[in-house]
Design a protein around this ligand. Sequence first.
Ligand code: DAK
Length: 260
Amino acid sequence: MSLQYQNILIERKENVGIIYLNRPRVLNALNRNTVDEIMNAMKDFNNDENVRVIIITSNGDNFSAGADIKEMSQLSSIDAEEKSPLANWDIAINSVKKPVIAAIKGYTLGGGLELALSCDIIIASEDAKLGQPEINIGLMPGGGGTQRLTRLLGKHKAMELILTGKMIDAKEAEKLGIVNKVVSKEKLLDEAIELAKEIAKKAPLAVKYVKEAILFTLESNLQEGLRYERKLFYLLLGSEDGKEGMRAFIEKREPKYKGK
Ligand code: DAK
């Protein structure tokens, strides 16, 4: 584990980069410094050729109870918009080209849930409690909750969750399609690492373009999305790894990818 940060820990396991939120005393509330550190660690992993997949999880019993209310209560609207890392966290996460897996447990609320929702895959432990409780403190989601949950759940369920601020458990979240899988707390990190390693074995360019194409669909209409997917497919078809993957299939052997 690296100690270069104050509020997060980072670790590398083979081709997997892991970020642990590490302010357990305040349930990993996301203050300015923590968000900055997450963004920096994401950027470093994104630029590190040896890291193929990123996991974000936490130290302690909870993923995150959301933005740090004590700190946030002191911000003016203009400060929040202009100076705080809350202003551009979404943009920063969206610029990560590698798959990001969120491994969540315990309280995963407000900005904590929004952080998980901005990842590509979410694995939850049985004790995870998810919600957007901002309405209970006179606010509303500001890190993507109204947009991402509505795309995931449809209007009615998103309205109910966000307007009541109620928490749902991991099973319910799985049923609704918010989380991919529910596992025991002891197995959470191992499951996430296993999945990450499985993805890390694939051709890096193909992984990158799959992520790009799937995210593109959220911002485009079907025709544009289909055109974009086809372009990325043609690029991969001509790539060294694409040729190697197909050759390996024909020669009945394991492919050796170079990321080219
Ligand atoms: N902020 C700061 N401190 C928090 C916190 C939070 N969100 N959540 C918990 N803590 C602190 C508590 O103050 C307490 O510290 P001490 O008082 O002991 O110093 C410690 O963590 C333990 O918490 P509790 O004593 O409250 O623990 P309980 O088990 O009794 O209750 C709870 C757990 C999770 C039900 C409760 O702590 C709670 O309701 N927490 C607040 C949850 C919440 O409202 N979250 C939403 C925050 S608003 C944006 C991006 C994102 C956002 C906004 C904009 N842009 C890009 C513009 C996000 C906004 C939010 O997340």
